[in-house]
Every structure is written in C-alpha cells, then in structure tokens.
Design a protein around this ligand. Structure first.
Ligand code: KG4
Ligand code: ZN
Length: 341
C-alpha cells in the first residue's frame, strides 16, 4: 500500500510517500522549512507558520508525487501529524489530509509527532531492531524511552523544564546567534577552547533519568553579564562550555538508561541528534561498552514528512489506528504515553 505522510506541527511542511510493499521503502519526500521567515522575529510566529503551511502543502504534494512517479489515485491512506505542536499549524495538515482522504475515499492515520521521531531511524540504511532505548531530543522534548515495538513506548525520564533544543536555542540567542540557534551554537562551540568556561552539569547525579536545562541558560547569561561584551573567542569559549555541559548530561544519562535496561541498542532522534559533539561522545562511550548507537539520516533528524509516513505505515501494518476520513481533532498537547499500547 502507498501511504502519504504530512507533517505540519511547527515550522516545517513535510510531505512523503512511503510504500509498504516488498519490506517497505520511502519513495519520495519534499520539505519546506520556514526558518528564514521566522528568523527576523527570533522564533516561530504561530500565525505566520499556519499561513505558510497553507501555501506550501499543495506544491510539496505535487513534487513528492512527481518524484515518486506515482499518482494520487494510487495512495491507499494518508498519515498526518495530529499533535503535539502548534494548534493552527496542525490544523492545516489535518484539515488538508482529512479533506483529501475523504475525496479519495481512503482512510487516515493520525500520528503522534514524537512517534515519528522515535521511528525515524528505521528509515536509515542501518535500521535498529526492537527493543531499544531512545534518546529523543528536539526543540520541544527531551526524553529517554524504552521502545519495545511500534506503539510500545515506556517513558524512563524527561526534562523537568526546557527541552535540550530549547536550551540550545535560548543560549544561542543570548550569544547573539540567529534562530534556530542549535546548529549555529554548535558551529561556534567548535572554535571554543575546552574548560575555559565551566558550567554546571544539571541533575547529573540526581540518581534518575530526568533532565533540567533551564539553569544552564541562566548560568550562560550570568557569564555574559560578568564579561560585559564578550569578544569572538570568549563567545566561542562560552558556547563550548555550554555544549560540553549539555552533551555530557545527555550522554551519561543515555548510557545509564541503556545499562539499566540490559539492552545493547541506543537510538538518538530529534533535531539535537544532529549535534556532532553529541554523536562523537556517544559513539566513543558506546563502542567501549559494546553498545550500538543508531541515528536517523541527518535530513530526518529535524521535522519531516518521511517519519510521519513511516509511522503511519507501521501503525497500519500493526493493525491499530486508521480511521475513516472526515471528522478530526488536533491535539496540540498530547503525552506520548497516551498512545502506548
Ligand atoms: O526535532 P526538531 O526539528 O523539532 C521539534 O520537534 O522540536 O528539533 C529542532 C531543534 C531546535 O531546537 C534546533 O536548534 C535543534 O533541534 N538542533 C540542534 C542541532 N541541529 C538542530 N541542536 C544542537 N546541535 C545541532 N547541530
Ligand atoms: Zn519534531
């Protein structure tokens, strides 16, 4: 069966076509990122995001269809992000998906955005087998989970305040970097010297698998104020100190989760999973401990339609959640635990 996937939960419009035939394959995907549009405001403006999704969704669908060589009449079901995310942005994708599916007489599969992230490494050329531990680190979430199969997710720990990506973005803003700050801060950190600026490792010794990152941002603010107007090298040293602190906490807690579970596989998903230093340290520690680490392809770390098409396809194959097209509701706030079977 051919599954159309639609993602519109925040500032990326993503469309993808996934075929469940012959073991499953991603046929095409198209993406538009609104980053440049939101940059002048220093963050995502929800109303602008919704309007832009409306503009992009049809051209992206046409492109994905053309790239796959398939036609709309061949699509068997439409998966779309039902939540969590920005209400208006979600409504665009949901209304489009439900309307299109109704006109085609096919079912829809409402998908949890984080389930898309969690399953995204299955799209890579070296996919992990179940069960595995997942570190999900995005702009909105930071969680450690035990993933036993499709729809079987057990929360092991999560952030008590800011998400890892949010901490990167807010700290980057303090250092005068453009939105979204994560990648820019990571680049700046590579020019910084280790241990010139030392920040706390929040909750490293808390004895559980929870995180807290909002204090780090305050520590950076205090440092910037103390220096006054930091020069380029001082900004790089601060970025390095911040990244080293956050990466050390993420790496150590992930390794602890893997060891406590007795499993040998760790999956890293979500935008912060693109961070080079995080990957370098995880790979090094995991290799020593005989643990395999899996990442989504870089283009599928941040939001995209492919992971939604895949999650929809896997949910359909596991027989759980397609529904007749038509009535729908989006779920801007939606704990992943709610979909765990
Ligand atoms: O998964 P994602 O696209 O969106 C959410 O679902 O939230 O993640 C976006 C987040 C942003 O906070 C962005 O700054 C961060 O991922 N990010 C990074 C890097 N690339 C993206 N953070 C640190 N280092 C990176 N290389
Ligand atoms: Zn996301």
């Amino acid at each position: 069966m051919l599954i159309l996937g639609i993602e519109s939960s925040c500032d990326e419009t993503g469309i993808a076509l996934y075929s469940t035939d012959a073991g499953g394959a991603l046929l095409s995907h198209a993406l538009h990122s609104q980053i440049l549009m939101h940059r002048e405001y220093g963050g995502v403006v929800p109303e602008l995001a919704s309007r832009d999704h409306i503009r992009r969704v049809v051209p992206l669908l046409r492109k994905a269809l053309a790239d796959s060589g398939r036609t709309l009449s061949e699509v068997g079901a439409i998966a779309y992000t039902q939540g969590p995310g920005l209400a208006g942005a979600l409504l665009v994708g949901a209304a489009f998906a439900e309307g299109l599916a109704a006109s085609l007489g096919i079912p829809t599969v409402p998908v949890h955005h984080l389930e898309g992230h969690l399953l995204s490494p299955l799209l890579s050329s070296r996919p992990p087998r179940f069960p595995f531990i997942a570190l999900l680190v995005s702009g909105g979430h930071s969680q450690l989970m035990r993933v036993t199969g499709v729809g079987e997710y057990q929360l092991l720990g999560e952030t008590l305040d800011d998400a890892a990506g949010e901490a990167f973005d807010k700290t980057a803003k303090l250092l005068g970097l453009p939105y979204p700050g994560g990648p820019a801060l990571a680049d700046l950190a590579e020019r910084g010297q280790p241990d010139m600026v030392k920040f706390p490792r929040p909750m490293l010794k808390s004895g559980d698998l929870n995180f807290s990152f909002s204090g780090l941002k305050t520590a950076v603010l205090t440092k910037v104020r103390e220096i006054g107007s930091p020069d380029e090298q001082q900004r790089a040293d601060i970025a390095r100190g911040f990244q080293d602190a956050i990466v050390e906490v993420l790496v150590k807690k992930s390794m602890r989760a893997v060891k406590e579970s007795g499993l040998k596989r760790l999956v890293v998903a979500g935008g912060v999973g693109a961070n080079r230093e995080l990957r370098r340290q995880l790979d090094a520690l995991a290799a020593n401990a005989g643990i395999s680490v899996f990442y989504p392809e870089l283009e599928f770390c941040t939001d995209n339609g492919a992971m939604i098409a895949l999650a929809g396809a896997l949910r359909m194959l596991s027989g759980v959640s397609s529904k007749p097209a038509g009535a729908f509701a989006v779920r801007p706030r939606w704990p992943l635990a709610d979909i765990t079977g």
